[in-house]
Design a protein. Structure first.
Ligand SMILES: [Ca+2]
Ligand SMILES: [Ca+2]
Length: 232
């Protein structure tokens, strides 16, 4: 553990403690659950640990949805639909979107010089109190983007973590069942029609058709004692 003198002088200690404080503020669900499950069976006291992990994706749904301007589409999925979901360390929800441009009017030789105006596509992903949103545009006639809501401490993965016990690390990267249940996604479109020089060449744009994929993010991880060979 760090002493107060360490915190005042040791930058690594400050960064580590800062990360822990951030996590305590941002992800309180873990600590409630970790306390409920703490049985000490993992062993592993406070030490240096190498944390490794890999994210894989489990598809919940995919499809194509015509979405009107200002008329959001939303859908929910439950992990009951996934085989053995309770055996998976579900740490996030990802919504991937791609789209073109469907403006009509204002085309042909009598309407030169016009062009489409980009629409804004906003995707949202949420589970329990965790949510995220991100927007993209079909500038130039097409586009794609994704949004992920996550409920684990991604900054620990691939790192040597010091000053925590194995159980404390596990509490930040293992959802311990918190990934089960309902997962909700939404897509909304703010469409915009481009202009044409002539009033008889007006364009219209009522929304956009979006291809989407909804996936759970599953983290497989290892926590192993870290041996600093430079000390030997
Ligand atoms: Ca448009
Ligand atoms: Ca459009």
């Amino acid at each position: 553990m760090y002493t107060m003198d360490d915190l005042k002088t040791n930058r690594d200690a400050q960064i580590t403690v800062g990360s822990i404080v951030f996590f305590l503020l941002a992800f309180p669900i873990y600590f409630g659950m970790a306390a409920g499950n703490a049985d000490g069976s993992l062993g592993g006291g406070v030490a240096d640990y190498q944390v490794n992990g890999e994210i894989t994706y489990v598809q919940l749904d995919s499809g194509t949805e015509p979405i009107g301007d200002g008329d959001p589409w939303t859908d929910s999925f439950n992990t009951d639909a996934i085989n053995n979901a309770e055996d998976l360390n579900i740490v996030g929800l990802r919504l991937s979107m791609s789209y073109g441009e469907d403006e009509t009017g204002g085309e042909g030789p009598l309407c030169p010089g016009g062009s489409a105006a980009p629409d804004t596509i906003i995707g949202g992903a949420s589970h329990l109190d965790f949510s995220a949103s991100a927007e993209g545009q079909n500038n130039g006639g097409s586009g794609a983007h994704e949004v992920s809501a996550i409920w684990y401490n991604a900054s620990m993965v691939g790192q040597v973590v010091s000053g925590l016990s194995m159980d404390e690390i596990k509490a930040q990267i293992d959802s311990m069942g918190a990934g089960l249940g309902d997962h909700t996604v939404s897509i909304s479109v703010a469409s915009q029609a481009g202009n044409e020089p002539s009033p008889t060449c007006s364009r219209s744009d009522g929304g956009e058709t979006v291809d989407y994929t909804v996936e759970l993010m599953v983290l497989d991880y290892t926590i192993a004692p870290y041996l600093d060979t430079s000390d030997i």
